[in-house]
Design a protein around this ligand. Structure first.
Ligand SMILES: [Mn+2]
Length: 334
């Protein structure tokens, strides 16, 4: 069966023509999205490496991107205003941003732009010479990997492969929510290289956490307590930083729900995660957090399997409210 999701020549050939033409006319900044995540940064730097007239630019580096770029010596020009972009532009490429608002810098007018993205919807306004490339893949890095493999394979050096792999790994949640094409892209990135995949994944994950954060995570784990709330098991704790990461680690113990509290400067935050099975059987964390907000004030929301709440009450009150709302949910058999 033909898989229409695979980035193919139908998209990558016009992309190559657009880039070649733009590079003939001048400098071409490749601008990353303002969240500065590994996908957008890895995509921008890798694509920019394929032509001397291209330059990776961005307004922000996220925590993982910053460390990976430092380790790999990957160049990204920080820009805060359109005047920071090169003069005599031949075009502008934007990677991994679904709207102009996600770029972080106002783009100059009357310059052809090319948007490369994988978000399901977008609010870009396209002009005559603009090109919009969107594929239903797990990461923009996948589109770039396929493009470079086809049109500029010499660009796929080991650091570039690692940048793209890091983008793919982080955007697909370590291949937890990807489609099968992501494995093909990963295979393209790994084949004929000396990259040790297992070591690379470990490096990427341990690189996210520094010494003091590591201590904070361990203390959070040591303080954790398991509670049965109605039909559900909850593992909960508190910590000073990296609540999301700690909640993810705690969920690995096999409980239905993990809950992490953090209090700082009179503000309490709760971060919760639920297993896929718990969600399938009726847990909607975003609804629970909204109900907590209705009961004790503050703001709550998120997704079914990952949600948060922030407010002014102490952590015991917040935790108690969360746990009592979970107790009221009946467990359905799938
Ligand atoms: Mn992305």
């Amino acid at each position: 069966m033909k898989n229409d999701n695979i980035p193919n020549q139908d998209v990558l050939t016009p992309l190559h023509s657009w880039i070649s033409n733009a590079c003939k006319n001048g400098a071409v900044p490749v601008i990353s999205g303002k969240n500065g995540d590994m996908d957008t940064i890895g995509s921008a730097i890798s694509l920019a490496a394929s032509h001397p007239n291209m330059m990776a630019c961005g307004t922000h580096l996220g925590r993982i991107s910053r460390r990976v770029c430092e380790e790999l010596n990957a160049p990204l020009k920080m820009v805060s205003h359109k005047s920071d972009l090169p003069r005599q532009l031949g075009g502008i490429v934007v990677v991994d941003a679904a709207s102009p608002g996600q770029v972080g810098v106002t783009l100059p007018e009357n310059i052809p732009k090319c948007i490369i993205d994988h978000h399901t919807s977008n609010s870009w306004e396209l002009m005559k010479d603009d090109l919009y490339v969107n594929l239903p893949v797990s990461a923009t890095a996948e589109i770039i990997a396929r493009y470079l493999n086809m049109n500029a394979p010499e660009t796929l050096t080991e650091p570039v492969r690692k940048l793209l792999l890091a983008g793919l790994l982080t955007d697909s949640g370590r291949f937890k929510h990807n489609n099968s094409d992501s494995f093909k892209t990963a295979s393209i990135l790994l084949e004929n290289t000396n990259i040790n995949y297992a070591e690379f994944v470990e490096w990427l994950e341990t690189n996210e956490v520094n010494d003091s954060e590591r201590g904070s995570l361990v203390r959070g784990l040591q303080r954790s307590k398991a509670t049965i709330s109605g039909n559900w098991s909850i593992i909960h704790t508190y910590c000073g930083t990296l609540e999301g990461r700690l909640a993810g680690l705690l969920l690995g113990t096999g409980h239905d729900i993990s809950l992490v509290c953090r209090t700082r400067g009179g503000e309490t935050r709760m971060t919760a995660r639920a297993s896929k099975q718990a969600v399938a059987q009726g847990i909607r964390l975003s609804e629970i957090m909204s109900k907590v907000a209705q009961q004790i004030g503050g703001e709550g929301g998120g997704h079914d399997g990952a949600a948060g709440w922030t407010g002014q009450t102490d952590k015991i009150t917040a935790e108690t409210s969360f746990i009592s709302h979970v107790a009221r949910i009946t467990r359905s058999s799938e």
